[in-house]
Design a protein around this ligand. Structure first.
Ligand SMILES: C[S@@+](CC[C@H](N)C(=O)[O-])C[C@H]1O[C@@H](n2cnc3c(N)ncnc32)[C@H](O)[C@@H]1O
Length: 290
């Protein structure tokens, strides 16, 4: 495996990458509705060439490939070797898609080769987002477009807000994370995202809120579904980071508290939790300033 120079590179080739590969089918089922909404906003046309940024196990790349058809092309890039490995396994033959392990912020990409940059939750992890979008814009043809979906803030995303709230008083307090640090919520502020995209040379930046209830836990019974939701929260995402260094005793107490919080949510053989995202679109000016 390639040596990773950044925290994000190491994490997506380590703990987070393993979590996403192990739970790929579950996570794809949870995120399908978000990806579909972003693809509708992106409106890929037959024959178009699309760069899917942070493509993970490739579900959105395959959905885009189905839309652009045999005359089009999708390149899915991701910094995670295990996730690109899974994407290659899942891709049917004869699909116009190629997967590549690459850091999208500095990878060699053919200039002006794509009609669209797309991402399903894969653009919030750059150390220098303006630099990354400036670099990726060069791969877009003049007049091309960008469309991605990213999370809004924690306060609006109950899949994080509820478990984080439940462990307060159990886990020792730490300083709140920098809201602009690379991570799932770093694009929550539309003012910041507008500044990043504008500084990177894009115009016509738009935001559409997308809110949906996510099947966060699933199981044969309601109890099994709640256990599954607790496991998903403990093994991946922000809660797993907060609990990583805690004692078994604290983890046991935290687990009971999170379980109680999830037990109050709707669902029969599932635990349905609210998720809130932005669908962001922007345009590469026709007379490219590259
Ligand atoms: C939340 S996951 C989303 C994966 C996928 N788009 C999906 O919806 O299933 C974020 C993805 O971004 C990738 N990523 C993070 N930083 C990256 C970078 N600099 N270049 C390319 N991919 C990156 C991660 O490896 C991970 O697969």
């Amino acid at each position: 495996m390639t040596e990773q120079k950044t925290y994000q590179g190491a994490d997506w080739n380590g703990q987070s990458g393993e979590y996403w590969v192990a739970n790929q089918a579950r996570l794809d089922a949870m995120f399908a509705v978000f990806g579909q909404a972003a693809i509708e906003a992106a409106a890929p046309a037959t024959g178009e060439r699309v760069l899917d940024v942070g493509c993970g196990a490739g579900a959105s790349s395959l959905a885009l490939a189905a839309r652009v058809g045999a005359g089009g092309h999708v390149l899915g890039v991701d910094i995670s070797e295990p996730l690109i490995g899974r994407a290659r396994e899942l891709a049917p033959q004869d699909t116009p898609v190629l997967f590549q392990v690459a850091d999208a912020s500095n990878a060699e990409l053919p200039e002006g080769a794509f009609d669209m940059l797309f991402s399903r939750f894969g653009v919030m992890f750059f150390d220098d987002p303006t630099g990354a979008f400036t670099h990726m814009r060069r791969a877009l043809r003049p007049g091309g477009r960008v469309a991605f979906i990213c999370w809004r803030g924690v306060a609006e995303n109950d899949w994080v807000r509820l478990p984080m709230g439940a462990i307060q008083g159990i886990v020792p307090l730490t300083a709140p994370p920098d809201p602009e640090a690379p991570g799932p919520f770093s694009f929550a502020d539309r003012g910041r995202v507008t500044r990043i995209l504008t500084a990177a040379g894009f115009t016509d930046v738009t935001f559409a809120p997308f809110d949906v209830s996510i099947p966060f836990g699933e199981g044969e019974t309601r109890d099994a579904a709640i256990d599954d939701a607790v496991r998903m929260a403990f093994e991946g995402g922000p809660l797993s980071l907060v609990l990583a260094q805690q004692s078994d005793d604290i983890r046991t107490q935290a687990s009971a508290a999170v379980r109680a919080a999830f037990a109050g949510l709707p669902g029969e053989r599932s635990v349905m939790i609210d998720g809130a995202a932005w669908i962001v679109t922007a345009r590469n000016p026709a007379a490219s300033a590259c």
